[in-house]
Design a protein around this ligand. Sequence first.
Ligand code: ZN
Length: 243
Amino acid sequence: MRALIVSDVHSNLEAFEGVIEDAQKRGGFDEIWSLGDLVGYGPDPGACVDLLRKHKNRSVAGNHDLAAVGRLSLEAFNTYAASAIHWAVAQLKEDHIKYLRDLPIRVETEDFTIVHGSPRDPVWEYVVSVAAATASFLHLGTKRCLVGHSHLPFLCKPQGQSAAFFDFPLDRPFALKNDRIIINPGSVGQPRDGDARASYALYNSKDKSVTHHRVKYDVAVTQKKMKERGLPGYLADRLPHGR
Ligand code: ZN
């Protein structure tokens, strides 16, 4: 079984299509595992929901998805994020809303726990510090965990009573072995690690490996749509910087 692991697509259809095409060229996948924040920020919320649903998928909701369907208050979002969510709500059709509303916040499959934030707080907690990672391992019921939310790709392993972060190497299968691990595939639609290319991972159950890939997409097309659709300029301007 091969899974395409995506997170934080954020209504960026060009990036999402680019990732799917790239994964298909690399041997394809049987299903998509989506770690949440399918909508928010970008110009194509409905089309991104449709594209995900075209494929067999295991998906969880992120904070932006929950806010878009009224499962979470917009008060905790900054003004740019909140105004993009307001805009997305007006674009989504009834069946998109129903799909997002029914998403779980935690899924377990193939020895992986899939959450948007962390195993301790699947909606809001960012696994970006050693303290948060250490707590995540304590709350993890499976060997492996997939998280998104920070838009930063990484691998993280327990180390003594603590935890350590590692770079997620590019284009090289990483053997999972029997180890406990937390993996962030980075963000498809709004990377924040200084690399503007869409970030994703492929899981192969046969050799129990994950591989991190980056793919270039036409950022200018996405930016143009965002401006035409009246989304905050700041959100469009940040895309080519990957910040
Ligand atoms: Zn996000």
